[in-house]
Every structure is written in structure tokens, then in C-alpha cells.
Design a protein around this ligand. Structure first.
Ligand SMILES: *Cc1c(COP(=O)(O)O)cnc(C)c1O
Length: 401
């Protein structure tokens, strides 16, 4: 059984976006001028990707998206927690899976059961993961997270000599990568991005010094990055990778961009396309007389005789209440304003003057005719970010691939 309101997910769009981002990075890296931070040998090497599929792949469906990305060549996926990693493994994903989030130290078995790569971001987590790896008699690769100013997760950049030695000396843990996360990559006015960039570069040098002269340096040119040669380095979310190629390092971690959306207010020349559309059908058409209201709170009052179409999608499907009076849907290729209050299971659209009938297609997100309503537009209408619009597309809405 399929409800009238469905989300259509175009997996080939996500695969194309993934490949086009990779191709863009390769072309730019090949043309990149001499970069004194990484050395001349870095020039021709394009950064790899970490395909971010956390939060049910930004609402697109983690299992299907992860398998599609794997088929497109993704060798490293990232999710938010151990549970998400387990879901990906259960879906048959074989690629390496990085867990970004803090680990619940009481449940580290999931790391080993799911062959997940944990992020270690505190000395306490370091001790717990070391103990668990010793119990499993494994040498576990991990990513080390440095907090350069986000002040969320990670070892503080200015305290590493005190906090890191225990982790670096852990006999059952192997440093696979070092990373950080930018707080303001999407804000061109903010100076914090540049401060974080410099702090991270210093942190890498400091970690090199702590790892000793025998260890291949993190700050070395990427040319020495053959499997097992040295830990690799990553820092970029979508906005950072669009903003500054100096922080591409060895891999980048696009999320939103891979789903075909440029994080506002950034712009990009990379050829990407949105991959999800939300479609429904009109279930009723009503005439409203002048002066009459419609819906809860009588929020919509017809100034003149109006026709409204009832669409079976509401806030229980993730549609924001603030869309009432602000947003629109596409019906017969035209914009029909969302009027009145969005209900739990329904909304009303003003279709006055349009020739509509029950059963007609309604596009809530996506294209119809020559018009398109995208998540950037919806986010701007209600004062939020596209990420939230995508992640809130309700679980009640069936994804059709
Ligand atoms: C979510 C996330 C990303 C991806 O961010 P986008 O802005 O969607 O590209 C990258 N890195 C980390 C650590 C994240 O949590």
C-alpha cells in the first residue's frame, strides 16, 4: 500500500553528484598552484571523499543511498553513531564506515560487531576503546578528532601535549586519520574559519612531533599517502570544500552537496542535482465563500470567493507549520499558496482560478512543469536551513526509489 504522499529518491542523481564532486576536486587539484603548506608533490593528487550518510542519509534512506554510493565507488561512508553504522551493515554495506559522533562507552561492542571505525574525541573514550580493543584482541583503526574552535567534540587544539600521549601510545589502537570540523565554513564574514584552519595546521605538526621521528608525518605531501604509509587528514564539510581548497587535505566530507543542494549562501559550479522530491495528490477540492474561513484557528479567510485543494500531507509528515501563509505547492505547473494552518495530516492550497480535481498531482518539493520548489527556497521561507527540511521529511512518507 502506498499513501498518496511519497518521496521519490533518484539514486542515480546522488551517484552523479558524488562523481561530479570527485571530478571537480580532481580537476581543481591538478590546476592548483604551488601550495607551500603541503608541498609540490601534492599538486596532482585529488582528495578522496567521505560520503556522509548520517541521519538516514539526510532523509533519503541510508541503506539505499549507501549501497548506491558504494556502487558509484565510495570506499568510506560516515554516519553519526554506532546504531546508524549497524543499520548500514545490516543493509549489506561492505565499505569502511566511520562514526563521527561520541561513542557511548558502555556499548562499544557495536564497533566490533559492525567493523566500524570510531572517532576518538576524549581521553576517556580513548581509554574505553583501548580496553575494548584489547578484549577483542584487535588493533583497531580510529580517527582522531581535534577541536579547533567548534567547541563540540574533539581534543582541544591547545592542549594536545597533555591529552594525547596516552591515546597515541595505546597498543591496540591505530591512528588512521586526524580531522577537525569547521563552525563557520558557510559564513564568509566570520574570521573563525581562518583561525580554525591555522590551529589545525599547527595541531598536525604537533601530533607529528609527538608521534616521533620514525612516524611518516601527517603534514607530509599526500604523495606518501599509499595504503598504510601514514594517517590521512580531513576537515571539509560541503561549505568548507566550496570555500577553500587549502583545507581539502586528503579527503573531504560532503553531505548536503552530495544530495544536490549547495549550502546557503554558497554558490558552486559543480554540476549537482537534488535527489529527493515529495509528491502528493489532491484528495478534495472546496469552494469557500467570501468572508468564510478554512482550517484550524480560521487562519485563512477568503477575501473573495476561493477554491482550496486539500492535500494529505501535514506536520506529521515533516511539513513545517510556518509554511501556512508562506509556502506554496505546485499543482498543474502553477504555484498554489499554502493557506491556513498546516494540520497534522493535511494542508490546504489556494487553487482559485485553476482547473483542478481530486487526484491531481501536487509537488511539495521538486519540479512540475517548468517550475521547481527546492529545499533552499522552503528553508528561506520559514527561516531554517535546508538540512532541517530534508531530515524532517517524515518516516510516514514512503520513499520510492
Ligand atoms: C554532517 C557532517 C559533515 C557533512 O556536512 P555537510 O554540511 O552536509 O556537507 C561533515 N563532517 C562532519 C563531522 C559532519 O558531522
Amino acid at each position: 500500500m502506498v499513501r498518496p504522499t511519497v518521496a521519490r529518491v533518484d539514486l542515480t542523481a546522488i551517484q552523479r553528484n558524488y562523481r561530479n564532486i570527485a571530478a571537480h576536486l580532481a580537476a581543481e587539484a591538478a590546476a592548483r598552484p604551488f601550495d607551500d603548506a603541503r608541498g609540490r608533490a601534492d599538486r596532482a593528487l585529488a582528495p578522496g571523499l567521505i560520503a556522509v550518510v548520517k541521519a538516514n542519509a539526510y532523509g533519503h534512506g541510508a541503506a539505499q543511498v549507501a549501497r548506491a554510493l558504494e556502487a558509484a565507488g565510495a570506499d568510506l561512508l560516515a554516519c553519526a553513531d554506532i546504531e546508524e553504522g549497524a543499520t548500514l551493515r545490516a543493509a549489506g554495506v561492505r565499505a569502511e564506515i566511520l562514526v563521527f559522533g561520541a561513542l557511548s562507552v558502555s556499548d562499544l561492542d557495536g564497533v566490533f560487531d559492525g567493523r566500524l571505525t570510531p572517532t576518538i574525541s576524549t581521553p576517556g573514550a580513548a581509554r574505553a576503546v583501548q580496553a575494548a580493543a584489547a578484549k577483542y584482541r584487535q588493533r583497531l583503526p580510529y580517527h582522531l578528532k581535534i577541536d579547533t574552535g567548534m567547541n563540540r567534540l574533539g581534543f582541544r587544539f591547545d592542549n594536545l601535549r597533555r591529552t594525547l600521549p596516552g591515546l597515541l601510545a595505546s597498543p591496540n589502537l591505530e591512528l588512521a586519520a586526524v580531522y577537525t570540523h569547521f563552525a563557520t565554513a558557510d559564513d564568509p564574514e566570520s574570521g573563525l574559519f581562518e583561525r580554525q584552519r591555522l590551529r589545525f595546521a599547527r595541531a598536525l605538526a604537533e601530533i607529528d612531533a609527538m608521534r616521533g621521528p620514525g612516524a611518516p608525518p601527517l603534514a607530509a605531501p599526500a604523495e606518501s599517502l599509499r595504503p598504510g604509509r601514514r594517517p590521512y587528514v580531513h576537515a571539509c564539510n560541503s561549505a568548507a570544500l566550496l570555500r577553500d581548497s587549502r583545507v581539502w587535505y586528503d579527503r573531504v566530507r560532503p553531505g548536503l552537496l552530495m544530495y544536490g543542494i549547495v549550502p546557503p549562501p554558497m554558490a558552486s559550479t559543480i554540476e549537482i542535482a537534488p535527489a529527493i522530491g515529495v509528491h502528493s495528490r489532491i484528495v478534495a477540492v472546496k469552494g469557500v465563500r467570501e468572508g468564510e474561513s478554512a482550517g484550524y484557528g480560521a487562519a485563512f479567510v477568503a477575501a473573495s470567493p476561493a477554491t482550496i485543494a486539500i492535500v494529505p500531507a501535514g506536520y506529521a509528515d515533516g511539513l513545517d507549520l510556518r509554511l501556512g501563509g508562506r509556502g506554496a505547492v505546485l499543482i498543474r505547473g502553477r504555484r498554489a499558496p499554502i493557506v491556513g494552518s498546516v494540520c497534522m495530516d493535511m494542508l490546504a492550497a489556494d487553487v482559485t482560478g485553476l482547473d483542478v480535481s481530486p487526484g491531481d498531482e501536487v509537488v511539495i518539493i521538486g519540479a512540475q512543469g517548468s517550475d521547481r520548489i527546492d529545499v533552499r527556497e522552503i528553508a528561506a521561507q520559514i527561516g531554517t536551513i535546508p538540512y532541517e527540511i530534508l531530515c524532517r521529511i517524515g518516516t510516514r512518507i514512503e520513499r520510492v526509489y
